[in-house]
Write a protein that binds this ligand. Sequence first.
Ligand SMILES: Nc1nc2c(ncn2[C@@H]2O[C@H](COP(=O)(O)OP(=O)(O)O)[C@@H](O)[C@H]2O)c(=O)[nH]1
Ligand SMILES: [Mg+2]
Length: 357
Amino acid sequence: MKLGLTGLPNVGKTTLFNALTGSKAETGAYTVAGAKPNVGVAKVPDERLDWLAEYYHPKKYSPATIEFVDVPGVASGGKGNEVFQAIRQVDALVEVVRCFDDDAIFLEKADAVRDASDFELELILADIEIVERRLDRAKKNAKSGDKKYKREVEMCEALIAHLEEEKPARDFDFSDEDQDILTDGGLLTVKPVIYAANMDENGMAAYSGDANFKALAAHAAKQGAAVLPVAAKFEEDIAELDPEEAEMFMADLGLTETGLDRLIKTSYDLLGYISFLTAGEDDVHAWTIVKGTKAPKAAGKIHTDIERGFIRAEIVAFEDLKACGSMAAAKEKGLFRLEGKDYVMADGDVTMFRFNV
Ligand SMILES: Nc1nc2c(ncn2[C@@H]2O[C@H](COP(=O)(O)OP(=O)(O)O)[C@@H](O)[C@H]2O)c(=O)[nH]1
Ligand SMILES: [Mg+2]
């Protein structure tokens, strides 16, 4: 899973990227043409995996990971071709929106909805260009009298009209036949989006009352998108502390979970990802799969041999295992299930695959 941190320049994308991935990329850098995206990996926090590690004391601890791409900012009216190309490579956007004031960086007070709309308009304009090119091609092809192209002309025209109302393509009512423009059309505004409202620590402590946060939440709700408060600078700072100290600072703000943890969890939900777990003395491991994945395909995540030679899966739901306290107790209670090749994996399945090759 690849998430792109996007937004206007100087809103805290790189700061958030550093906090998420433990990187030290340069912040406060003015986005120049040709600036390259930063790429890094964040571990997916998972209390279930922690519990299993306590239980097995394994040699290896392998949480699921998410790749983050810190995409240079798009200034309104700017040329953003390279930036758009980077955005096309990600599964979803984390749109960082400034909800903090800093006289040293910005002359204008934060206005989250104005900024979000400005940024989104740039993406929409880029999409209009794409669809217009496609429309030209379809018009030429339609001269042959082929119905397929006539339909495509109509779809492109309707989509352009929709985009011109400053609405993202993800809100457009695509028919089944139009799915290809969704999957390989290169459109930017079909990507799912999570808003990250970037706040100061003070804002964060009382974010639900913050005017910018509220306005952004309403803007997000209109699109059915999630919005999360984050305190990028604060989190970048506490990421350098040891965990106990960090917890203390967070407790001061009334936080039990970092904004990063919530951001990662929300991304999972948004993209329909779940994890299954494998555990033993060598390794406790979380594996990411799409909801609806069947057992053999899940096994293939670990090794293609296990998928090919799949016989069955022995599974106990993590919550059952935890309630029993041990593998032996769970077995005794009959909570281990034998599942075959049509079994659809569930989130938190603690799994052993039986296979032969
Ligand atoms: N006061 C304040 N400053 C922040 C916050 N987040 C980021 N900054 C500062 O804003 C500037 C731009 O941040 P940066 O991460 O480089 O923004 P980017 O251009 O979106 O990548 C830097 O000087 C950051 O230290 C925040 O929550 N509060
Ligand atoms: Mg940056």
